[in-house]
Design a protein. Structure first.
Length: 184
């Protein structure tokens, strides 16, 4: 099962993926720790980890609290500094952000989190470390692709040409029977 929560003032989509054993993985734990934990507690779920599609504040605002609860946070190695530096864009949008360091840095390829296995596709463009997570026939694409467009490319480490190249990497999934879950 996949739960979708729309969190924070920027209406970021957070996804909670569960299995039959009450394990779960959270993708993009935005500003809504209490709402996330309500779903976790009401369904007696065990969090195996939080996967971040990129390091912008609206996708990881609850991570420092989840990390204090003992949950491991995963991010692509090229966006790791956004979690403890200024690159998370919180200051640009006038938000406060509790800085932290991720527990696990990864690159493109297979990523195992508890009993879950994801194919990680590095999709730079919105940020240098943007990724998409493929789980079964689902693609969690963060801010790479939206329902009616693509992610912004006007930030300090974003690039429209890189994003266009990244979209080519997703062509197989777009042309086949995959469900896309965007970040907004």
């Amino acid at each position: 099962m996949i739960y979708k929560l729309i969190l924070g003032e920027l209406l970021e989509n957070c996804y909670i993926i569960t299995d039959n054993n009450k394990n779960c993985v959270i993708i993009d734990a935005g500003d809504g720790y209490e709402r996330i934990m309500k779903v976790i507690n009401e369904n007696n779920l065990k969090i195996n980890g939080v996967l971040l599609t990129h390091g912008h504040f609206d996708h990881c605002a609850s991570c420092s609290k989840l990390q204090k609860d003992g949950v491991k946070i995963y991010i692509h190695k090229l966006d790791a500094d956004k979690l403890y530096g200024e690159g998370n864009l919180a200051n640009l949008f006038g938000f406060e952000f509790n800085k932290f360091k991720a527990d696990v840095l990864f690159d493109e390829g297979t990523l195992k989190v508890g009993d879950f296995t994801f194919n990680v596709i590095h999709t730079p463009g919105h940020s240098k470390g943007s990724v998409c997570f493929v789980y079964k026939n689902n693609v969690f694409c963060g801010d790479t692709i939206f329902e009616a467009g693509i992610g912004r490319t006007d930030f300090y480490d974003s690039s429209l040409p890189e994003l266009m190249d990244s979209l080519k990497k997703l062509d197989f999934y777009l042309k086949n029977d995959y469900n896309f879950f965007s970040g907004h």
